[in-house]
Each structure stands twice: as structure tokens, then as C-alpha cells.
Design a protein around this ligand. Structure first.
Ligand SMILES: Nc1ncnc2c1ncn2[C@@H]1O[C@H](COP(=O)(O)OP(=O)(O)OP(=O)(O)O)[C@@H](O)[C@H]1O
Length: 287
């Protein structure tokens, strides 16, 4: 865990978005958008909802074995950008995305791409735990079954166990695999959803405020888990909690009104931000 980072939180007056827009005309992202070990490479991403532009020319890599935190004021486009990474914006009829996103060198914004295997490769964990109304076992087994990942019941059993172990849930549920997933606590349900994502062999896991519905203890467990999952996956996480971003991520990206203002090593973003907008946000002047 990245405990060295201290989040400064001195509230010195509220600045409105309009003030900041007038004061800080945005030019280009500060910091290093590339990762030496990139798993995903996003370049010049623009997203519109009908005529309203929500993401403006954003470029960012997600590296192997790293957690990238996306922070910024409400409505700045964090979730919209995250949803580009596995084409979830395709499900919103008025959304239009352009630019380039490569996963292991392969363009994923091409029209011909089958989004079903893509969304297994780039899995998503949502704000509110959303287990299927099925047993704990079936919640995990469903994905591997439809993707044809196992050939026997024994293999499937193993995969269910491995996924639950990796999500830190096995010991709590191994004796009640046939009980409903919805009967678990909120934190357990979120780990079940993480196990479900893991079961279909993702390379990248997207997390959209995965702890916002959880209590502090469940949150701490998920944060520990995110740190462990980094050994196997690339992780992009949207969070409103700067403390959480500081604890779990290696790189942090600060978004503002659809722009990626600044990105860099998490410690640097929180201790020595280069852009005034970033500084204003992390010191609590805005957001
Ligand atoms: N489905 C949608 N249809 C129309 N506009 C949308 C849709 N989703 C998001 N937007 C708009 O796009 C902009 C960015 O929204 P987005 O949810 O990506 O921001 P965010 O930074 O994740 O916000 P929050 O922190 O509040 O979740 C906002 O102006 C929002 O109103």
C-alpha cells in the first residue's frame, strides 16, 4: 500500500468551475501520459453525449501491474473515460467516441471488434455491488461457461475456487457456495463481483467507485485486495476519495471539465502537483 503519500486537505475557500475556466485556460496534459509497460494505450479520445463534449482529446496509458486512479470534480468525465476502455459507452445511444485505444497493441475502437470477449479482457466492477440473483458458485461459473473457458465440472470447480481465493472471499464462502450471492454483506458482494470479473481471465479491471457503497472496514479490505490484484492485472479506478487514490494507486490522473489536466506518479500528484487546477482540487479549494 502507498502509505507514504499524505493527502493535503486544507480548505481555503471554494472556487467555482466558472472561475477556474476563466483563470486556467487548458492547453495540454501535464506529466507523462505514457507508461513504459503499457497494457492499454488511449490516444486523443473525444466523447460526446449528443452535442455535449464530455471528454476532450485525452491520451493516457494504463501500464501492466499498475493501478491508475482517476480523480476530479463531479461531472469531469472520469466515468465516461473509464467506460471507453471496454466500450461500455456503446450502450448509451447518444454517446459518440473517437480516437484510438489499443489493448496489447490491438485497436479496440474498431467497429468490427466483438465487445463480448473485449469486456471479459477488460472487466468492470461497478459502484454498487451487482451479483446475479443466483448462487455464489453460479455467479462465478456463469462467465467461464458462456466463454467456454473450461471443459469439465472439475475444471470449473477449480476456476471458481481460484477466482474466489484471488478475490479474498474463499474462506468466507467455501461452505455455502450454493447459497444466494445476494445474501452476502455489501463488501462480500463486491468481492464476489471482483471474483466474477477475475473468472473470465481479464487483463485489465476497471473499477468505478467500487467502495462508495461500502463501510470503512469493507473498504479497507477491497483496497488491500486492489493492491494484491495488481500483481496479475492492470487496474484503472475512478474514485472520489483522494485518500483512496493515494493509498491504492501508483499513478494518478486528474480530470477537469473533460480535460486530462495532469497525470503522474501518485506521490508527486498529491505532494507536488504541477498544475494549479490539480493543486486547487487536492487542497480542497475546488470539488
Ligand atoms: N448517459 C449520459 N447522457 C448524457 N450525458 C451524460 C451521460 N453520462 C454522463 N453525462 C455527462 O457527461 C459529463 C461527464 O460525466 P461523468 O459521469 O463521466 O463524470 P464523472 O467525473 O464520472 O462524475 P461523477 O464523479 O459525478 O460520477 C457530465 O456532464 C454528465 O452530465
Amino acid at each position: 500500500m502507498n502509505t507514504a503519500v499524505q493527502v493535503v486537505n486544507t480548505r481555503i475557500g471554494i472556487v467555482t468551475a466558472t472561475d477556474l475556466e476563466q483563470d486556467q485556460s487548458f492547453t495540454r496534459t501535464l506529466g507523462e501520459i505514457t507508461s513504459p509497460n503499457a497494457r492499454m494505450q488511449c490516444r486523443n479520445i473525444n466523447v460526446w453525449y449528443a452535442n455535449k463534449q464530455a471528454i476532450k482529446d485525452v491520451s493516457l496509458d494504463i501500464g501492466k501491474h499498475e493501478v491508475v486512479a482517476m480523480i476530479g470534480p463531479s461531472g469531469c468525465g472520469k466515468s465516461t473515460f473509464l467506460r471507453c476502455l471496454n466500450r461500455m459507452n456503446d450502450t448509451i445511444p447518444i454517446a459518440r467516441v473517437n480516437g484510438s485505444i489499443k489493448l496489447d497493441g490491438k485497436e479496440i475502437l474498431d467497429r468490427g471488434i466483438d465487445v463480448v470477449p473485449l469486456r471479459a479482457q477488460v472487466g468492470m466492477v461497478f459502484q454498487k455491488p451487482n451479483p446475479f440473483p443466483k448462487s455464489i458458485y453460479e455467479n462465478i461459473a456463469y462467465g467461464p461457461r458462456i466463454h467456454g473457458l473450461t471443459t469439465s465440472r472439475t475444471e470449473l470447480d477449480e476456476l471458481v475456487e481460484i477466482s474466489l481465493r484471488r478475490a479474498g472471499l474463499w474462506n468466507e464462502v467455501k461452505d455455502r457456495l450454493n447459497q444466494a450471492g445476494t445474501g452476502l454483506s455489501g463488501g462480500q458482494q463486491q468481492r464476489l463481483c471482483i471474483a466474477r470479473t477475475i473468472a473470465v481471465s481479464p487483463e485489465v479491471i476497471l473499477m468505478d467507485e467500487p467502495c462508495s457503497a461500502l463501510d470503512p472496514i469493507a473498504t479497507a479490505i477491497i483496497e488491500e485486495l486492489i493492491d494484491e490484484l495488481r500483481a496479475h492485472y492492470s487496474i484503472a479506478i475512478v474514485t472520489h476519495s483522494m485518500q483512496q487514490a493515494a493509498r491504492v494507486s501508483q499513478r494518478t490522473a486528474y480530470f477537469h471539465l473533460g480535460d486530462l489536466v495532469e497525470v503522474g506518479p501518485t506521490e508527486q500528484i498529491f505532494n507536488q502537483p504541477q498544475h494549479k487546477l490539480t493543486e486547487d482540487y487536492i487542497t480542497g479549494r475546488f470539488g
